[in-house]
Design a protein around this ligand. Structure first.
Ligand code: ADP
Length: 624
């Protein structure tokens, strides 16, 4: 199965990758195409702007030229009408007239701002000129070859632009025929300087050129291209220029630039090779028919091209950024989907585990419940057994008690019966004294029986009496008095040291005395047969408690018996001597007082019983 699965799965990611590559390639092609189109469009826009700017400049340049030319257009005609001029033409060799004309022309030229003003005779010779006193004076010069002269002679007006053959200065010439008495005797010429025109364009970063019909640059705001022609200067082009001597003796050069039109119809002028783009210009031009000039504005395309490239780069950057954002978004979405998938898987897993765990827990619960009911059954069984045991214990205690009591009672009863029978016999024999003795023995027995029953009554009585403050010394004193005869009889000494005087405890006075009597008589029992017949009774107070200790020098209480000696009817004494109730009663009395009774064997031998009692308030103060 896995092999089949792998075989089935393998092609899918591969084809997806290939699809991805194809999509990327397609996107790249589309991007390249879009960039190309964008660049074209941007370039066209930039060129349009440039062309607009060029057009403005062109209009301005054109109107400047136009204005300048128009200013002087009619002036030669006006000057020709002057008497000094007309007179001169009638007598061309008269020095006075020449001088008068010279002066007049000089004044007029200065006034008008013209470069030169001069009068030519009908054969082309210059008779008078404003520059008569200059080294390059035109006087005597024959400029019949100039079209402004020939045109004026033929049609009345002529205009021409050229490099002055004498002055070697560029100028625009206006010629007007001078007719005197119906005869055309000469031509009045005004030459204006064109340098001013150039000067107005000097600051521009673009090139403004004015070309003649031979495409030779005649005006330019950059001197490097002056008197240069676009394209090769063919012999016929040169011949045409030579004819009018437009450029006098200046050498003409060629500019190796090509003109072409781009797709959007813009005229572009560019050099060859590496510098083609660097020196590329957008050309805006206009032909001025009156002057015969073509004014051209050449705008460097470098900035426009850079702007277009910048636009494309910006667009590409934007597209790249968009693609990046899209990629990031896509990646995020993918990650989110993946995370959701993982979370879902984790959730499913958790749910599965919860279900499994729940099942396990349910099973465990069921098992536990089974165990609980088993425990309950066992507990019930135990309780039952316990009850049975308690019952059995009670019966045993009852049996023990019956045995002890029957011993205690039977013996004095048996003895009393014997003494009674003896007394009967002795009375029958009239032995009064002996009979009396027997009767007093019977009375003794009866006393003993009543003592036993009093003990039993004490044992059975409920501790309902009130507790109060009892002076410890008093209780000890009374117990000592009660047992004085036994101490004397057995020769046992009792040392009493009750510590700080005036110790008071919370107790019942009679019961406290009863406890002390019980403990003391047990102690006397323990030491009477021994060597060291001495007892010590001491007391101390501490932290609201009073401890009374009775130490004897008897055999002590075997460790194994210590837990049992406070049980009722526990006694190691022979029948008739102990009922096993003394300690049991004392223990319960102490508990009623809110105290305890305990036993231990003294390290140096003998038993030591300790009563722990609540101290009464004044005692606590005394203790402090
Ligand atoms: P009884 O004195 O009638 O036997 P008690 O309850 O007073 O009953 O005492 C129980 C037992 O505790 C005694 O039989 C004895 O074995 C033991 N006992 C009591 N006091 C002492 C003591 N001072 N020294 C040794 N054993 C003692």
């Amino acid at each position: 199965m896995p092999a089949v699965q792998i075989a089935g799965m393998m092609p899918a990611p591969l084809s997806r990758t290939r699809l991805g590559w194809l999509a990327a390639l397609l996107a790249l092609i589309v991007l390249a195409g879009a960039s190309w189109l964008g660049h074209r469009h941007a370039l066209a826009r930039s060129f349009e702007e440039l062309s607009h700017r060029g057009q403005n400049t062109l209009n301005l340049a054109e109107s400047t030229i136009q204005g300048q030319l128009e200013r002087f257009e009619r002036l030669p005609e006006l000057l020709a009408d002057h008497r000094a001029i007309r007179s001169l033409l009638l007598a061309p060799r008269d020095p006075d007239l020449i001088m008068a004309a010279n002066t007049y022309l000089h004044d007029v030229a200065t006034l008008l701002g013209a470069s030169d003003a001069y009068v030519m005779y009908r054969d082309g010779e210059t008779l008078a000129a404003s520059n008569f006193d200059k080294p390059y004076s035109f006087i005597g010069g024959n400029f019949a070859f100039r079209p402004y002269f020939s045109d004026a002679m033929a049609e009345g007006h002529g205009r021409f632009y050229a490099l002055g053959t004498t002055s070697n200065q560029r100028g625009y010439y206006f010629g007007a025929a001078i007719d005197v008495a119906g005869q055309r005797l000469g031509v009045m010429v005004i030459k204006i300087d064109v340098d001013d025109l150039e000067r107005a364009w000097a600051s521009e970063d673009l090139r403004i050129i004015v070309t003649d019909p031979e495409d030779i640059i005649f005006l330019s705001n950059r001197p490097d291209w002056l008197f240069h022609a676009f394209g090769a200067l063919t012999p016929d082009r040169l011949a045409r220029s030579m004819e009018t001597r437009r450029y006098a003796d200046a050498t003409l050069g060629e500019i190796d630039f090509q003109t072409r039109s781009d797709r959007a119809g813009f005229r572009l002028l560019s050099g060859h090779g590496r510098d083609a783009v660097a020196s590329e210009y957008l050309v805006v031009q206009s032909f001025m028919p009156q002057a015969g000039w073509t004014v051209q504005v050449l705008l460097p395309t470098r900035a426009a091209r850079m702007q277009a490239a910048g636009f494309v780069a910006l667009a590409l950057l934007a597209a790249g950024s968009l693609a990046l954002i899209a990629l990031i978004l896509w990646q995020r979405r993918r990650q989110l989907a993946l995370r959701l998938e993982m979370e879902q898987a984790a959730k499913d897993d958790l749910e599965r585990r919860v279900i499994a765990r729940t099942t396990e827990l349910r099973a465990a619960n069921a098992a536990l419940q089974g165990e609980v009911s088993e425990r309950r059954a066992a507990e019930a069984e135990l309780r039952k057994t316990q009850t049975e045991l308690v019952q059995a214990g009670k019966l045993a205690a009852l049996g023990q008690m019956s045995a002890a009591l029957s011993h205690e009672f039977n013996q004095p009863l048996g003895a009393a019966r014997n003494y009674a029978e003896n007394a009967q016999l002795l009375l029958a024999q009239d032995r009064q004294t002996a009979a009396q003795e027997n009767i007093s023995r019977i009375l003794n027995m009866i006393d003993r029986l009543s003592r036993i029953s009093r003990h039993l009554r004490n044992f059975a009585r409920k501790p309902n009496q009130q507790l109060r403050e009892v002076a410890l010394a008093d209780a000890v004193q009374e117990a000592q008095e009660l047992l004085g005869w036994r101490l004397r009889k057995t020769g046992v000494t009792l040392e009493v040291d009750l510590g700080p005087p005036g110790l008071q405890v919370i107790a019942g006075p009679v019961r406290l005395q009863q406890v002390l009597v019980n403990l003391l008589s047990n102690a006397i029992d323990a030491v009477e047969a021994g060597e060291m017949r001495a007892l010590q009774l001491t007391a101390s107070a501490e932290a609201g408690r009073v401890r009374v200790t009775l130490r004897d020098h008897g055999p002590g209480v075997p460790e194994a018996l210590q837990p049992r000696i406070f049980d009722p009817f526990f006694s190691t004494k022979e029948v008739g001597k102990g009922l096993g109730l003394g300690l049991s009663i004392s223990y319960n009395i102490l508990r009623d007082f809110g105290g305890t009774l305990s036993v231990r064997n003294h390290p140096q031998g003998g038993a030591e019983f300790t009563l722990d009692l609540q101290a009464a308030a004044p005692t606590a103060e005394a203790a402090e």
